[in-house]
Design a protein around this ligand. Structure first.
Ligand code: RB5
Length: 155
């Protein structure tokens, strides 16, 4: 399973460092660009990773200057739940509660060691299900409609 990953020019150094470190731990990646320092538009790369992740069980990774633009663009895709991560706690909780499927990182805000810990936690943490199922369905109006009959949020 190759993890789809992409960055813009601002995120490129952090993306390259993440791929190098995590490949050494046995993970493999589908690097959808950008591959050079020329200025590019981050939504193009957010859309490329989102298209690979939506409707699948896959996780994706996006890196830009802050992670924020990537998350905004990715979250316009139905079925994508992209979260900006600044640490491993956010990574664990957004998997557990939001069933996030794309991790967004900022190369200008987050150092490599913290980013690595966040990605490791993101990939290792399960969705808790239970009371979070209906809430996650409500994130996406189309999914909420389908799931409305059975969705319960009790606590
Ligand atoms: C590029 O300069 C920068 O705007 C982009 O990487 C990102 O931070 C946008 O959210």
């Amino acid at each position: 399973m190759h993890i789809p990953i992409a960055s813009d020019h601002a995120g490129l150094p952090l993306k390259q460092a993440l791929i190098a470190a995590l490949a050494a731990e046995g993970l493999s990646f589908d690097d959808l660009g950008t591959h050079g320092p020329e200025s590019v538009d981050y939504p193009d790369f957010a859309h490329a990773v989102s298209a690979k992740v939506a409707g699948t069980e896959a996780f994706g990774i996006l890196v830009c200057g802050t992670g924020i633009g990537m998350a905004i663009a990715a979250n316009r895709h139905p079925g994508i739940r992209a979260a900006v991560l600044h640490n491993a706690t956010e990574a664990r909780l957004t998997r557990a509660h939001n069933n996030a499927n794309i991790a967004c990182l900022g190369a200008r805000t987050t150092g490599i060691e913290v980013a690595l810990d966040a990605i490791r936690a993101f990939l290792a943490s399960p969705f808790e299900g239970g009371r979070h199922v209906g809430r996650v369905q409500k994130l996406d109006p189309a999914l909420a409609k389908q799931g409305a009959a059975g969705a319960k949020t009790t606590s």
